[in-house]
Design a protein around this ligand. Structure first.
Ligand SMILES: Cc1cc2nc3c(=O)[nH]c(=O)nc-3n(C[C@H](O)[C@H](O)[C@H](O)COP(=O)(O)OP(=O)(O)OC[C@H]3O[C@@H](n4cnc5c(N)ncnc54)[C@H](O)[C@@H]3O)c2cc1C
Length: 240
C-alpha cells in the first residue's frame, strides 16, 4: 500500500463562526512540498486520551495561496472526538495530517454552475469560489450561484465576505436560505432544495456541486435528476 507523507501544521488563528463552528487557519511546515486543488480535503490525525490514533477528513476552506496556508471550517459534533479536539486547539498548537485527497474538484470546461451547501459544507466552495473569481481567465464570465442553507441568520458563515464577493462580481450570486428564519429576515426561506428549481429553470446544461450531509445531498441530486439532469453534471461530497 502506498505510504503518504505526513505534514505538520501550526495553528495560526482560530475564530468562532458561530456557537459550535470555528474557522481555523494553519501554516503547513515544509510547505514547498505541499499543494492542493480547490475542493480537496486533508486527513487529520490525532491520538485520543487513551492513545488510539484517529483520522478524519476535513475540506480545505481556503484557496491555494502558494505560502502553505490552509483553512478549515469546523463544526463541533456532539460526542465526536476529532471535531471537538480541533475546535479546542489554541493558536500555536500543531496538527498532523496527510493529503491532499479527493476528486470533488472543478472540472473544465467550466459551465454556469450552482454550488449547494449546508453548514460546514461551505468549506470547499469557499476555496473554489475565491480561486475561480480571482482571475477572469479562470471563470470566463460563467454564472455561479451559491445556495447556502443554514438554520438561523447567525449561522450564515462567511456572510460578509461572500456578500462582498457577490458585490464585486456580477456573475456570482450568493443565496443564503434559512430554515428557521426570524420574521424580519428578507432573504430566502426553507431548505436549499426548495430553491434549486428556481435557479436552474429548464436548463440542464449546467454543473452542480453539492456538499454537506447525506440527506441534503440526496434530496438535491434527486431533484436535479427529476429535472432531466445527467448524473455526470452533478458532483457531490458527503460529510457523513
Ligand atoms: C470528505 C470529507 C470532508 C469533510 N470535511 C469537513 C469539514 O470541512 N468540516 C467539518 O466540520 N466536517 C467535515 N467532515 C466531517 C468530519 O470528517 C467528521 O466526520 C466530523 O468532524 C465528526 O468527527 P468526530 O471524530 O468529531 O465524530 P465521530 O466520532 O466520527 O462521530 C460522532 C457521531 O456523529 C455523527 N457524525 C459524523 N459526522 C458528522 C457530521 N459532519 N455532522 C453531524 N453528525 C456527524 C456520526 O455518525 C457519529 O454518530 C468531512 C467528512 C468527509 C468525508
Amino acid at each position: 500500500m502506498a505510504q503518504f507523507r505526513t505534514f505538520d501544521a501550526l495553528v495560526l488563528r482560530s475564530t468562532a463562526l458561530s456557537e459550535f463552528t470555528k474557522h481555523i487557519e494553519l501554516e503547513v511546515s515544509g510547505s514547498s512540498r505541499f499543494g492542493f486543488v480547490p475542493g480537496q480535503w486533508l486527513s487529520v490525525k490525532a491520538n485520543t486520551p487513551d492513545g488510539e490514533e484517529m483520522t478524519r477528513a476535513y475540506s480545505i476552506a481556503s484557496p491555494p495561496s502558494g505560502n502553505g496556508h490552509v483553512a478549515f471550517c469546523l463544526n463541533r459534533v456532539q460526542d465526536g472526538f476529532m471535531s471537538n479536539y480541533l475546535c479546542s486547539l489554541a493558536e500555536g498548537a500543531m496538527v498532523a495530517f496527510q493529503g491532499p485527497f479527493g476528486d470533488f474538484i472543478l472540472r473544465p470546461p467550466f459551465r454556469d454552475t450552482v454550488f449547494i451547501a449546508t453548514g460546514t459544507g461551505i468549506a470547499p466552495f469557499r476555496s473554489m469560489l475565491h480561486w475561480l473569481l480571482a482571475e477572469s481567465d479562470r471563470h470566463q464570465g460563467r454564472q455561479f450561484w451559491l445556495l447556502f442553507g443554514a438554520r438561523y441568520e447567525q449561522d450564515i458563515y462567511y456572510r460578509e465576505e461572500l456578500e462582498r464577493l457577490a458585490a464585486e462580481h456580477d456573475n456570482f450570486h450568493f443565496l443564503p436560505t434559512l430554515s428557521r428564519s426570524a420574521s424580519d429576515w428578507k432573504g430566502l426561506r426553507g431548505y436549499v432544495q426548495e430553491h434549486l428549481a428556481e435557479i436552474v429553470g429548464i436548463r440542464n446544461d449546467m454543473h452542480a456541486y453539492i456538499c454537506g450531509l447525506d440527506k441534503m445531498v440526496k434530496a438535491n441530486r434527486e431533484l436535479l435528476k427529476s429535472l432531466g439532469w445527467d448524473r455526470t453534471s452533478i458532483r457531490y461530497e458527503k460529510y457523513d
